[in-house]
Design a protein around this ligand. Structure first.
Ligand code: DQA
Length: 143
């Protein structure tokens, strides 16, 4: 089984950005956490991050040609704005879990909209970095 973990804008700033909301763990620590977890489960994983919407679209399209079995995506702020990310996910038809570190459902009104949720099979919200591991478990069970 092969999964892609995709993080959107400002998630490379984990540990630095608003630690009271996103915690003190860095993006590199998150990648290590995911890789360790997947290696124990014999899951092949690739972690990618971009601040650019178009690059994220390219990564989703590439997942189709790489025959990825599942996508875990935290689109960051593009969650709330990007029809392009939704369309890319619909194009590749790869089972997708949407993850948010913070409790987006309890924050500002503009964070209540998620375009990728129209395609995602599961949403994991407000569980911190553990949400990514829960998403791996979900894909392991469902794919
Ligand atoms: C986020 C929530 C988004 O609203 C925000 O723009 C982010 C991170 C989260 O993981 O909680 O960048 O997706």
């Amino acid at each position: 089984m092969k999964i892609l973990v995709l993080n959107g804008p400002n998630l490379n700033m984990l540990g630095i950005r608003e630690p009271e909301i996103y915690g003190k763990t860095t993006y590199n620590d998150l990648v290590d956490l995911i890789k360790d977890y997947c290696s124990k489960k014999n899951i092949e994983v690739e972690c990618k991050q971009s601040n650019s919407e178009g690059t994220l679209v390219d990564y989703i399209q590439q997942a189709y040609f790489d025959k990825v079995d599942g996508i875990i995506i935290n689109p960051g702020a593009y969650t709330h704005t990007s029809v392009a990310l939704l369309d890319a996910l619909k194009a590749v038809q790869i089972k997708t879990v949407e993850v948010h570190i913070s409790k987006v459902d309890e924050r500002e009104a503009f964070r209540q909209i998620s375009y990728v949720s129209y395609f995602a099979s599961e949403r994991i919200i407000g569980k911190g970095l553990n949400g990514y591991l829960e998403a791996i478990d979900y894909l392991e069970a469902k794919v």
